[in-house]
Write a new protein. Structure first.
Ligand code: C2O
Ligand code: CU
Ligand code: CU
Length: 511
Protein backbone atom coordinates (compact mmCIF):
# COMPACT_ATOMS: atom_id res chain seq x y z
CA UNK A 1 0.00 0.00 0.00
CA UNK A 2 2.14 2.87 -1.18
CA UNK A 3 -0.13 5.84 -1.40
CA UNK A 4 2.73 8.28 -1.56
CA UNK A 5 4.58 6.75 -4.43
CA UNK A 6 4.16 9.78 -6.64
CA UNK A 7 4.93 12.31 -3.96
CA UNK A 8 8.33 13.74 -3.25
CA UNK A 9 10.45 12.37 -0.46
CA UNK A 10 11.87 14.91 1.94
CA UNK A 11 15.36 14.38 3.30
CA UNK A 12 16.06 15.03 6.98
CA UNK A 13 17.96 18.24 6.30
CA UNK A 14 15.18 19.71 4.21
CA UNK A 15 12.69 18.67 6.83
CA UNK A 16 14.54 20.71 9.43
CA UNK A 17 14.22 23.80 7.28
CA UNK A 18 10.58 23.14 6.72
CA UNK A 19 9.91 23.11 10.45
CA UNK A 20 11.44 26.53 10.91
CA UNK A 21 9.83 28.07 7.86
CA UNK A 22 6.35 26.75 8.26
CA UNK A 23 5.50 25.07 11.52
CA UNK A 24 7.13 27.80 13.54
CA UNK A 25 4.56 30.26 12.32
CA UNK A 26 1.47 28.13 12.47
CA UNK A 27 1.93 26.78 15.96
CA UNK A 28 2.84 30.10 17.55
CA UNK A 29 1.01 30.47 20.83
CA UNK A 30 -1.71 32.66 19.43
CA UNK A 31 -5.29 32.16 20.58
CA UNK A 32 -6.84 29.45 18.47
CA UNK A 33 -9.85 30.11 16.33
CA UNK A 34 -13.02 28.69 17.93
CA UNK A 35 -14.50 25.57 16.37
CA UNK A 36 -17.49 26.70 14.29
CA UNK A 37 -20.62 24.78 15.30
CA UNK A 38 -22.69 24.13 12.18
CA UNK A 39 -26.30 25.23 12.65
CA UNK A 40 -28.39 22.24 13.74
CA UNK A 41 -31.97 21.67 12.69
CA UNK A 42 -33.65 19.20 15.02
CA UNK A 43 -36.33 17.53 12.92
CA UNK A 44 -36.93 14.89 15.62
CA UNK A 45 -39.06 17.46 17.40
CA UNK A 46 -41.29 17.47 14.32
CA UNK A 47 -42.02 20.00 11.61
CA UNK A 48 -45.24 21.64 10.58
CA UNK A 49 -44.28 22.35 7.00
CA UNK A 50 -41.93 21.06 4.34
CA UNK A 51 -38.25 21.38 5.25
CA UNK A 52 -36.45 23.91 3.05
CA UNK A 53 -32.89 23.47 1.92
CA UNK A 54 -31.69 26.25 -0.33
CA UNK A 55 -28.53 25.89 -2.40
CA UNK A 56 -27.13 29.36 -2.82
CA UNK A 57 -24.10 31.41 -3.73
CA UNK A 58 -22.42 33.29 -0.96
CA UNK A 59 -19.13 34.47 0.45
CA UNK A 60 -17.27 33.08 3.42
CA UNK A 61 -14.09 33.90 5.32
CA UNK A 62 -12.24 30.67 6.13
CA UNK A 63 -9.88 32.60 8.40
CA UNK A 64 -7.58 34.30 5.90
CA UNK A 65 -9.34 37.63 6.40
CA UNK A 66 -10.66 37.49 2.85
CA UNK A 67 -14.13 36.57 1.69
CA UNK A 68 -14.10 33.67 -0.75
CA UNK A 69 -16.84 32.91 -3.24
CA UNK A 70 -18.65 29.89 -1.88
CA UNK A 71 -21.81 27.85 -2.08
CA UNK A 72 -23.88 26.97 0.95
CA UNK A 73 -27.07 25.21 1.95
CA UNK A 74 -29.14 27.59 4.14
CA UNK A 75 -25.73 28.91 5.08
CA UNK A 76 -22.78 30.83 3.62
CA UNK A 77 -20.60 27.73 3.40
CA UNK A 78 -21.65 24.09 3.96
CA UNK A 79 -25.14 23.32 5.21
CA UNK A 80 -26.95 22.51 8.41
CA UNK A 81 -26.67 19.40 10.54
CA UNK A 82 -30.08 17.74 10.36
CA UNK A 83 -31.05 15.60 13.34
CA UNK A 84 -33.66 13.03 12.33
CA UNK A 85 -35.12 9.81 13.66
CA UNK A 86 -35.64 6.34 12.25
CA UNK A 87 -39.27 5.99 11.17
CA UNK A 88 -39.73 9.60 10.08
CA UNK A 89 -40.43 10.65 6.49
CA UNK A 90 -38.86 13.98 5.71
CA UNK A 91 -40.60 16.27 3.24
CA UNK A 92 -37.78 18.33 1.74
CA UNK A 93 -37.99 21.28 -0.60
CA UNK A 94 -34.54 21.60 -2.12
CA UNK A 95 -34.33 24.83 -4.09
CA UNK A 96 -31.49 25.77 -6.38
CA UNK A 97 -30.40 29.41 -6.28
CA UNK A 98 -26.96 28.87 -7.77
CA UNK A 99 -26.76 29.56 -11.47
CA UNK A 100 -25.84 26.04 -12.55
CA UNK A 101 -27.59 22.70 -12.48
CA UNK A 102 -27.20 20.84 -9.22
CA UNK A 103 -28.62 17.90 -7.27
CA UNK A 104 -28.67 16.90 -3.61
CA UNK A 105 -27.71 13.29 -2.87
CA UNK A 106 -28.32 11.69 0.54
CA UNK A 107 -25.06 9.80 0.96
CA UNK A 108 -25.51 6.73 3.16
CA UNK A 109 -29.29 6.60 3.15
CA UNK A 110 -31.19 3.39 2.46
CA UNK A 111 -33.80 4.94 0.20
CA UNK A 112 -35.33 4.23 -3.21
CA UNK A 113 -33.59 5.55 -6.31
CA UNK A 114 -36.19 8.19 -7.12
CA UNK A 115 -35.40 10.18 -3.95
CA UNK A 116 -31.67 9.37 -3.84
CA UNK A 117 -30.66 12.74 -5.31
CA UNK A 118 -28.14 11.34 -7.75
CA UNK A 119 -27.38 12.81 -11.18
CA UNK A 120 -30.84 11.94 -12.55
CA UNK A 121 -32.68 14.11 -10.03
CA UNK A 122 -31.35 17.35 -11.50
CA UNK A 123 -32.45 20.62 -10.03
CA UNK A 124 -32.28 23.39 -12.58
CA UNK A 125 -31.38 26.93 -11.51
CA UNK A 126 -34.47 28.46 -9.93
CA UNK A 127 -36.21 25.10 -9.57
CA UNK A 128 -37.21 23.17 -6.45
CA UNK A 129 -36.99 19.39 -5.95
CA UNK A 130 -39.40 18.02 -3.39
CA UNK A 131 -38.59 14.45 -2.36
CA UNK A 132 -40.21 12.73 0.63
CA UNK A 133 -37.27 10.93 2.17
CA UNK A 134 -38.04 7.94 4.41
CA UNK A 135 -35.61 7.27 7.25
CA UNK A 136 -35.59 3.50 7.45
CA UNK A 137 -32.17 2.67 8.81
CA UNK A 138 -30.53 2.53 12.23
CA UNK A 139 -28.70 5.38 13.96
CA UNK A 140 -25.83 6.61 11.82
CA UNK A 141 -24.01 9.67 10.54
CA UNK A 142 -24.84 10.46 6.93
CA UNK A 143 -24.30 13.43 4.70
CA UNK A 144 -25.72 15.15 1.68
CA UNK A 145 -23.94 16.79 -1.20
CA UNK A 146 -24.21 17.90 -4.79
CA UNK A 147 -24.06 15.07 -7.34
CA UNK A 148 -24.54 16.94 -10.64
CA UNK A 149 -22.72 14.82 -13.19
CA UNK A 150 -19.46 16.47 -14.20
CA UNK A 151 -19.89 19.28 -11.68
CA UNK A 152 -19.81 17.44 -8.38
CA UNK A 153 -16.15 18.14 -7.61
CA UNK A 154 -16.36 21.90 -7.95
CA UNK A 155 -19.78 22.24 -6.29
CA UNK A 156 -18.77 20.14 -3.28
CA UNK A 157 -15.45 21.98 -3.03
CA UNK A 158 -17.26 25.30 -2.93
CA UNK A 159 -19.54 24.14 -0.14
CA UNK A 160 -22.58 22.09 -1.15
CA UNK A 161 -22.24 19.66 1.76
CA UNK A 162 -24.42 19.05 4.82
CA UNK A 163 -24.76 16.39 7.51
CA UNK A 164 -27.68 14.17 8.56
CA UNK A 165 -27.50 12.50 11.94
CA UNK A 166 -29.99 9.65 12.22
CA UNK A 167 -31.00 8.60 15.72
CA UNK A 168 -33.08 5.60 16.78
CA UNK A 169 -34.61 4.49 20.10
CA UNK A 170 -31.40 2.77 21.17
CA UNK A 171 -29.07 5.62 20.27
CA UNK A 172 -31.33 8.08 22.08
CA UNK A 173 -31.33 6.04 25.28
CA UNK A 174 -27.64 5.03 25.08
CA UNK A 175 -25.23 6.36 27.67
CA UNK A 176 -23.40 8.50 25.12
CA UNK A 177 -22.75 12.22 24.80
CA UNK A 178 -25.64 13.75 22.86
CA UNK A 179 -25.89 17.44 23.64
CA UNK A 180 -25.15 19.09 20.31
CA UNK A 181 -22.40 21.68 20.47
CA UNK A 182 -21.70 20.89 24.14
CA UNK A 183 -20.37 17.34 24.29
CA UNK A 184 -21.50 16.10 20.86
CA UNK A 185 -19.70 17.70 17.91
CA UNK A 186 -20.00 17.24 14.17
CA UNK A 187 -16.71 17.85 12.36
CA UNK A 188 -16.60 18.32 8.59
CA UNK A 189 -12.94 17.96 7.62
CA UNK A 190 -11.71 19.19 4.23
CA UNK A 191 -8.44 20.13 2.58
CA UNK A 192 -8.38 23.39 0.64
CA UNK A 193 -6.09 25.59 -1.39
CA UNK A 194 -5.95 29.37 -1.04
CA UNK A 195 -4.50 31.77 -3.58
CA UNK A 196 -2.07 34.63 -2.95
CA UNK A 197 -4.78 36.93 -1.58
CA UNK A 198 -6.20 34.23 0.69
CA UNK A 199 -9.18 33.40 -1.46
CA UNK A 200 -10.40 29.83 -1.93
CA UNK A 201 -8.84 28.38 -5.07
CA UNK A 202 -9.95 25.52 -7.28
CA UNK A 203 -7.89 25.11 -10.41
CA UNK A 204 -7.82 21.79 -12.21
CA UNK A 205 -4.38 20.91 -13.51
CA UNK A 206 -3.35 17.67 -15.12
CA UNK A 207 -2.11 16.48 -11.72
CA UNK A 208 -5.35 17.50 -10.00
CA UNK A 209 -7.37 15.55 -12.54
CA UNK A 210 -5.06 12.58 -12.18
CA UNK A 211 -4.77 12.38 -8.36
CA UNK A 212 -7.89 14.33 -7.52
CA UNK A 213 -7.69 17.87 -6.14
CA UNK A 214 -5.36 17.96 -3.12
CA UNK A 215 -5.12 21.02 -0.87
CA UNK A 216 -2.45 22.05 1.62
CA UNK A 217 -4.74 23.62 4.21
CA UNK A 218 -7.02 21.70 6.57
CA UNK A 219 -10.41 23.25 7.23
CA UNK A 220 -12.79 22.20 10.04
CA UNK A 221 -16.46 23.20 9.62
CA UNK A 222 -15.31 25.96 7.29
CA UNK A 223 -12.54 27.36 9.53
CA UNK A 224 -8.85 26.91 8.88
CA UNK A 225 -7.34 24.55 11.46
CA UNK A 226 -6.18 24.61 14.20
CA UNK A 227 -9.41 25.35 16.06
CA UNK A 228 -10.32 24.93 19.74
CA UNK A 229 -13.38 24.10 21.82
CA UNK A 230 -14.20 24.13 25.55
CA UNK A 231 -15.81 20.90 26.75
CA UNK A 232 -17.16 19.56 30.05
CA UNK A 233 -15.34 17.05 32.27
CA UNK A 234 -16.78 13.87 30.80
CA UNK A 235 -17.04 11.89 27.61
CA UNK A 236 -17.05 13.95 24.42
CA UNK A 237 -18.27 12.67 21.06
CA UNK A 238 -16.76 13.70 17.74
CA UNK A 239 -18.77 12.75 14.65
CA UNK A 240 -16.28 13.13 11.84
CA UNK A 241 -16.87 13.37 8.09
CA UNK A 242 -14.06 13.51 5.56
CA UNK A 243 -15.65 15.77 2.94
CA UNK A 244 -12.41 16.35 1.02
CA UNK A 245 -12.58 16.01 -2.74
CA UNK A 246 -9.72 13.53 -2.91
CA UNK A 247 -7.51 13.49 0.17
CA UNK A 248 -7.26 10.60 2.62
CA UNK A 249 -6.95 11.86 6.20
CA UNK A 250 -5.16 10.05 9.03
CA UNK A 251 -6.51 10.80 12.49
CA UNK A 252 -4.97 10.26 15.91
CA UNK A 253 -5.12 11.82 19.38
CA UNK A 254 -2.29 13.82 20.95
CA UNK A 255 -2.85 11.86 24.18
CA UNK A 256 -4.03 8.26 24.27
CA UNK A 257 -5.81 6.18 21.67
CA UNK A 258 -8.79 6.90 19.47
CA UNK A 259 -11.98 5.32 20.82
CA UNK A 260 -14.07 4.59 17.75
CA UNK A 261 -17.75 3.77 18.29
CA UNK A 262 -19.34 4.05 14.84
CA UNK A 263 -18.55 3.89 11.13
CA UNK A 264 -20.48 5.05 8.02
CA UNK A 265 -23.59 2.94 8.64
CA UNK A 266 -23.87 2.98 12.42
CA UNK A 267 -22.46 1.68 15.69
CA UNK A 268 -19.64 -0.86 15.79
CA UNK A 269 -20.13 -4.00 17.87
CA UNK A 270 -18.04 -2.41 20.61
CA UNK A 271 -15.60 0.46 21.08
CA UNK A 272 -12.48 -0.03 18.96
CA UNK A 273 -9.30 1.47 20.35
CA UNK A 274 -6.63 2.29 17.85
CA UNK A 275 -3.65 4.57 17.47
CA UNK A 276 -4.66 5.92 14.10
CA UNK A 277 -7.56 5.89 11.68
CA UNK A 278 -7.41 6.42 7.92
CA UNK A 279 -10.47 8.11 6.43
CA UNK A 280 -11.05 8.31 2.69
CA UNK A 281 -13.22 11.03 1.21
CA UNK A 282 -16.85 10.18 1.98
CA UNK A 283 -16.18 8.18 5.15
CA UNK A 284 -17.63 8.91 8.57
CA UNK A 285 -16.44 7.76 11.97
CA UNK A 286 -17.56 8.61 15.50
CA UNK A 287 -14.94 8.99 18.21
CA UNK A 288 -15.22 9.33 21.99
CA UNK A 289 -12.69 11.37 23.93
CA UNK A 290 -12.50 10.99 27.70
CA UNK A 291 -12.05 14.50 29.08
CA UNK A 292 -12.20 13.40 32.74
CA UNK A 293 -8.57 12.40 32.88
CA UNK A 294 -6.97 15.12 30.76
CA UNK A 295 -7.46 18.85 30.77
CA UNK A 296 -6.46 19.11 27.17
CA UNK A 297 -6.40 16.76 24.23
CA UNK A 298 -6.03 17.26 20.51
CA UNK A 299 -7.33 15.60 17.39
CA UNK A 300 -4.34 15.30 15.07
CA UNK A 301 -4.94 15.06 11.33
CA UNK A 302 -2.34 14.36 8.69
CA UNK A 303 -2.81 14.30 4.94
CA UNK A 304 -0.98 14.45 1.63
CA UNK A 305 0.15 17.80 0.21
CA UNK A 306 -0.27 18.85 -3.40
CA UNK A 307 2.43 17.43 -5.61
CA UNK A 308 5.53 19.52 -6.03
CA UNK A 309 8.76 18.41 -7.56
CA UNK A 310 10.79 19.32 -4.50
CA UNK A 311 10.01 20.37 -0.96
CA UNK A 312 11.91 23.62 -1.57
CA UNK A 313 9.55 24.46 -4.47
CA UNK A 314 6.64 23.87 -2.16
CA UNK A 315 8.07 26.07 0.59
CA UNK A 316 9.00 28.81 -1.89
CA UNK A 317 5.55 28.76 -3.38
CA UNK A 318 3.87 29.22 -0.02
CA UNK A 319 6.34 31.80 1.22
CA UNK A 320 5.80 33.68 -2.02
CA UNK A 321 2.07 33.64 -1.45
CA UNK A 322 2.57 34.71 2.17
CA UNK A 323 0.44 31.77 3.22
CA UNK A 324 2.96 29.64 5.10
CA UNK A 325 0.95 29.97 8.28
CA UNK A 326 -1.91 28.03 6.72
CA UNK A 327 0.13 24.87 6.64
CA UNK A 328 0.73 22.58 9.58
CA UNK A 329 3.88 20.69 10.40
CA UNK A 330 5.52 19.13 7.36
CA UNK A 331 6.17 15.43 7.68
CA UNK A 332 8.18 13.14 5.52
CA UNK A 333 6.89 12.01 2.13
CA UNK A 334 4.86 15.09 1.28
CA UNK A 335 2.53 14.82 4.25
CA UNK A 336 1.46 17.57 6.59
CA UNK A 337 0.19 17.22 10.16
CA UNK A 338 -2.16 19.61 11.93
CA UNK A 339 -3.43 19.62 15.50
CA UNK A 340 -6.85 20.16 13.97
CA UNK A 341 -8.96 20.49 17.10
CA UNK A 342 -7.86 21.25 20.64
CA UNK A 343 -10.33 20.28 23.36
CA UNK A 344 -9.97 22.21 26.63
CA UNK A 345 -11.80 20.85 29.63
CA UNK A 346 -13.72 23.62 31.41
CA UNK A 347 -14.11 21.70 34.69
CA UNK A 348 -17.89 21.65 34.50
CA UNK A 349 -19.48 18.24 35.03
CA UNK A 350 -20.12 16.26 31.85
CA UNK A 351 -21.23 12.74 30.98
CA UNK A 352 -19.63 10.46 33.55
CA UNK A 353 -20.08 7.14 31.75
CA UNK A 354 -17.74 4.32 30.82
CA UNK A 355 -16.48 3.64 27.31
CA UNK A 356 -19.25 1.45 25.86
CA UNK A 357 -18.43 -2.27 25.69
CA UNK A 358 -21.47 -3.28 23.68
CA UNK A 359 -22.83 -0.90 21.08
CA UNK A 360 -24.60 -2.97 18.44
CA UNK A 361 -25.52 -6.52 17.61
CA UNK A 362 -23.25 -7.23 14.68
CA UNK A 363 -22.59 -10.76 13.55
CA UNK A 364 -19.67 -11.32 11.20
CA UNK A 365 -20.61 -11.04 7.51
CA UNK A 366 -21.40 -14.43 5.97
CA UNK A 367 -20.19 -14.59 2.34
CA UNK A 368 -22.05 -17.86 1.79
CA UNK A 369 -25.30 -15.86 1.68
CA UNK A 370 -24.17 -14.24 -1.60
CA UNK A 371 -25.78 -15.59 -4.75
CA UNK A 372 -23.44 -13.83 -7.19
CA UNK A 373 -20.15 -11.99 -7.47
CA UNK A 374 -19.85 -8.88 -9.62
CA UNK A 375 -16.46 -7.48 -10.56
CA UNK A 376 -15.55 -3.86 -11.13
CA UNK A 377 -12.22 -2.51 -12.30
CA UNK A 378 -11.66 1.20 -11.82
CA UNK A 379 -9.74 2.54 -14.84
CA UNK A 380 -7.76 5.66 -14.09
CA UNK A 381 -5.71 5.31 -17.26
CA UNK A 382 -7.80 5.10 -20.41
CA UNK A 383 -5.35 6.97 -22.63
CA UNK A 384 -7.28 10.22 -22.22
CA UNK A 385 -5.19 13.38 -22.35
CA UNK A 386 -5.70 14.90 -18.90
CA UNK A 387 -3.35 17.77 -19.73
CA UNK A 388 -5.58 18.82 -22.61
CA UNK A 389 -8.67 18.45 -20.43
CA UNK A 390 -7.14 20.69 -17.78
CA UNK A 391 -6.11 23.19 -20.43
CA UNK A 392 -9.74 23.52 -21.51
CA UNK A 393 -9.74 25.70 -18.44
CA UNK A 394 -13.30 25.56 -17.15
CA UNK A 395 -12.31 23.47 -14.12
CA UNK A 396 -14.65 20.68 -15.04
CA UNK A 397 -13.81 17.22 -16.34
CA UNK A 398 -14.94 17.82 -19.90
CA UNK A 399 -17.55 15.36 -21.08
CA UNK A 400 -16.66 12.90 -18.34
CA UNK A 401 -15.06 10.31 -20.57
CA UNK A 402 -11.46 10.40 -19.33
CA UNK A 403 -11.80 7.63 -16.73
CA UNK A 404 -13.94 4.53 -16.55
CA UNK A 405 -15.14 1.44 -14.74
CA UNK A 406 -14.82 -1.89 -16.55
CA UNK A 407 -13.68 0.05 -19.61
CA UNK A 408 -16.80 2.22 -19.81
CA UNK A 409 -17.08 5.86 -18.82
CA UNK A 410 -20.22 6.96 -16.99
CA UNK A 411 -23.10 7.41 -19.41
CA UNK A 412 -26.38 8.77 -18.05
CA UNK A 413 -28.23 6.85 -20.78
CA UNK A 414 -26.67 3.45 -20.11
CA UNK A 415 -27.54 1.10 -17.24
CA UNK A 416 -24.46 -0.95 -16.39
CA UNK A 417 -25.82 -3.50 -13.93
CA UNK A 418 -29.20 -4.89 -12.91
CA UNK A 419 -29.59 -6.23 -9.39
CA UNK A 420 -32.50 -8.26 -8.07
CA UNK A 421 -34.14 -6.65 -5.06
CA UNK A 422 -33.40 -8.56 -1.84
CA UNK A 423 -30.43 -10.47 -3.25
CA UNK A 424 -27.14 -10.57 -1.40
CA UNK A 425 -24.07 -10.25 -3.61
CA UNK A 426 -20.32 -9.92 -3.38
CA UNK A 427 -18.93 -6.88 -5.17
CA UNK A 428 -15.25 -7.24 -5.99
CA UNK A 429 -13.47 -4.01 -6.81
CA UNK A 430 -9.99 -3.64 -8.27
CA UNK A 431 -8.04 -0.73 -9.75
CA UNK A 432 -5.45 -0.18 -12.46
CA UNK A 433 -3.39 2.18 -10.31
CA UNK A 434 -3.49 4.53 -7.33
CA UNK A 435 -5.75 4.26 -4.30
CA UNK A 436 -9.47 4.88 -4.71
CA UNK A 437 -12.40 5.08 -2.29
CA UNK A 438 -15.35 3.15 -3.77
CA UNK A 439 -18.94 4.02 -2.85
CA UNK A 440 -22.30 2.38 -3.55
CA UNK A 441 -25.64 4.16 -3.31
CA UNK A 442 -28.77 2.91 -1.59
CA UNK A 443 -27.23 0.53 0.93
CA UNK A 444 -24.78 -0.21 3.68
CA UNK A 445 -22.42 -3.11 3.17
CA UNK A 446 -19.88 -5.12 5.12
CA UNK A 447 -16.26 -5.28 3.99
CA UNK A 448 -14.97 -8.83 3.44
CA UNK A 449 -11.49 -7.74 2.43
CA UNK A 450 -9.88 -4.38 1.85
CA UNK A 451 -6.74 -3.97 -0.22
CA UNK A 452 -6.13 -7.71 0.11
CA UNK A 453 -6.46 -7.83 3.87
CA UNK A 454 -9.05 -8.08 6.59
CA UNK A 455 -10.25 -4.53 7.17
CA UNK A 456 -9.10 -2.84 10.40
CA UNK A 457 -11.47 -3.48 13.34
CA UNK A 458 -12.99 -0.02 12.97
CA UNK A 459 -14.04 -0.82 9.37
CA UNK A 460 -15.70 -4.13 10.20
CA UNK A 461 -19.15 -2.66 10.86
CA UNK A 462 -21.65 -1.12 8.43
CA UNK A 463 -19.98 0.84 5.64
CA UNK A 464 -20.78 2.44 2.31
CA UNK A 465 -17.16 3.24 1.43
CA UNK A 466 -14.27 0.85 0.87
CA UNK A 467 -10.63 1.55 -0.03
CA UNK A 468 -9.19 -0.13 -3.12
CA UNK A 469 -5.52 -0.18 -4.02
CA UNK A 470 -2.93 -1.99 -6.03
CA UNK A 471 -2.77 -5.50 -7.35
CA UNK A 472 -5.35 -7.02 -5.00
CA UNK A 473 -9.05 -6.40 -4.95
CA UNK A 474 -11.38 -5.38 -2.16
CA UNK A 475 -14.64 -7.24 -1.59
CA UNK A 476 -17.89 -6.19 0.04
CA UNK A 477 -21.02 -8.14 0.94
CA UNK A 478 -24.05 -6.13 -0.05
CA UNK A 479 -27.83 -6.41 -0.28
CA UNK A 480 -30.23 -3.98 -1.93
CA UNK A 481 -33.73 -3.68 -0.48
CA UNK A 482 -35.24 -0.69 -2.28
CA UNK A 483 -36.32 0.01 -5.83
CA UNK A 484 -34.12 1.86 -8.25
CA UNK A 485 -35.78 1.58 -11.65
CA UNK A 486 -34.40 2.54 -15.03
CA UNK A 487 -35.30 6.23 -14.79
CA UNK A 488 -33.87 6.51 -11.27
CA UNK A 489 -30.88 4.18 -11.00
CA UNK A 490 -28.33 4.13 -8.21
CA UNK A 491 -24.67 5.02 -8.75
CA UNK A 492 -21.45 3.27 -7.80
CA UNK A 493 -18.29 5.29 -8.16
CA UNK A 494 -14.93 6.42 -6.93
CA UNK A 495 -15.43 9.12 -4.30
CA UNK A 496 -12.38 11.06 -5.48
CA UNK A 497 -14.74 13.61 -6.98
CA UNK A 498 -12.54 14.52 -9.94
CA UNK A 499 -12.40 10.83 -10.87
CA UNK A 500 -16.16 10.52 -10.51
CA UNK A 501 -16.70 13.57 -12.72
CA UNK A 502 -14.19 12.23 -15.23
CA UNK A 503 -16.33 9.13 -15.69
CA UNK A 504 -15.25 6.66 -12.97
CA UNK A 505 -18.88 5.95 -12.18
CA UNK A 506 -21.56 3.49 -13.25
CA UNK A 507 -25.30 3.04 -12.81
CA UNK A 508 -27.38 0.10 -11.65
CA UNK A 509 -31.02 -0.69 -11.22
CA UNK A 510 -32.63 -2.63 -8.41
CA UNK A 511 -35.92 -4.25 -9.37
CU1 C2O B 1 -21.20 10.76 -1.66
CU2 C2O B 1 -22.51 9.12 -5.09
O1 C2O B 1 -21.86 9.99 -3.37
CU1 CU C 1 -23.90 8.11 -2.00
CU1 CU D 1 -10.55 7.30 -8.05
Amino acid sequence: MEIDRRHFVVGTAALGTAFVGLAGMSTAKAALRPLPILPMTDLIKGFDKRVSLNLSQSTHDFGTGVKSNTFGINNSYLGPVLRVKQGQTLPFDVSNSIDEVSTLHWHGLHIPGDVDGGPHQQIDPGATWSPNVPIIQRASMNWFHSHAHGKTAQQVYRGLVGVMLIEDDESISADLPKTYGVDDFTLVLQDKTFDEVGSLDYTLTETALDDGFIGETLVVNGAIAPVAQLVPRGLVRLRVLNASNANFLTLSMATGLLNIIASDGGFLASTVQTGSLTMSPGERYEILVDMRTTEINQLIVSHALPEFGKISDFINEFNKRGLSSLIGKLLNEGEVETAALTLHQNNEPGLDASMPKTLANLSPPDPSTAIATRSFELNQYTGADLGALAAAGDNYCGDGSAMAINGKSMDMDRIDENVQKGDTEIWRISVDDWRHPFHIHGCSFRILSQEGEQPPAYAQGWKDMVHVDGEVWSEVLVRFDYDAPKGAPYMYHCHILEHEDCGMMGQFTVT
